[in-house]
Design a protein around this ligand. Structure first.
Ligand code: SAM
Length: 234
């Protein structure tokens, strides 16, 4: 199967509805990513087939959890994962992609313009700084491969509104990490973690989504300064 067939078949296996335009945009994003990856470090994945499986189909698993009209923050989006594939697959959901690395955000801004993604904005900022002006400002936060859960939750949950949710994309064997973060979940206002296990189509990779529903406001003292978050995690 070529990349287009893998992508379409994988999206069907995930029971996702998608337009021909979405497939075109995803394949164009893959081209832009791999082209830019030759001159700057965006992803360890260099094979177009693996861009489809390890990036696009992995990220697509989140699409059913992001209803139209909701605002979604992708914390530590890097080269745009999971945010860009989700913005393509959920055109009526509004995405903010956040990253601390200027060059990655520049790439994302160019990509968003090239793909005509009117529901997506890339912002250069550190999450703990961005949180000061964006407390409880988003319906949903998502994040993949950024930090361990205790750290990640302090960076992210303050920006989710009560009644919203945070989805952390993790490896299949993240139970110890989830167990260690129980105190952080409770302190930050999202006490009950729910684990959603899945297999990425055509990659055969087992993964876990950690869903945290925000039930209470996060106390104003969080997030702390990054050094404190790292050296003294909740
Ligand atoms: C390993 S990359 C993962 C990128 C992407 N989420 C993915 O799954 O491919 C981690 C990214 O998180 C960003 N990052 C780490 N700490 C951050 C923070 N406090 N605020 C914003 N971005 C952060 C880094 O700049 C980097 O681009």
């Amino acid at each position: 199967m070529n990349e287009r067939m893998l992508l379409e078949d994988g999206l069907k296996q995930l029971s996702l509805s998608f337009s021909p335009q979405s497939v075109e945009k995803l394949l164009r994003f893959s081209d832009l990513l791999l082209e830019k990856n030759r001159v700057m470090n965006l992803t360890a994945v260099t094979d177009p087939t693996e861009v489809v499986t390890r990036h696009f189909l992995d990220c697509a698993v989140l699409a059913p959890y992001l209803p139209a009209g909701q605002t979604v923050l992708d914390v530590g989006t890097g080269a745009g994962f999971p945010g860009v594939p989700l913005a393509i697959l959920c055109p009526d959901t509004v995405f903010t992609l956040l990253d601390a690395q200027r060059k990655r955000v520049d790439f994302l801004q160019e990509t968003i313009a090239a793909l005509g993604l009117s529901n997506c904005t890339a912002v250069h900022a550190r999450a703990e700084e961005f949180a000061k002006a964006h407390r409880a400002a988003f319906d949903v936060a998502v994040s993949r491969a950024v930090a361990e859960l205790r750290v990640l939750c302090e960076l992210t949950l303050p920006m989710v509104r009560v009644g919203g949710a945070f989805y952390a994309m993790k490896a299949a064997d993240c139970m110890d990490e989830v167990g260690s973060a129980a105190h952080a979940f409770a302190v930050l206002g999202a006490p009950a973690a729910e684990l959603l296990h899945y297999t990425v189509p055509h990659a055969g990779v087992e993964r876990t989504m950690v869903r945290l529903q925000k039930l209470e406001d996060t106390p104003d003292r969080y997030p702390r300064r990054f050094k404190k978050i790292q050296t003294d995690p909740l």
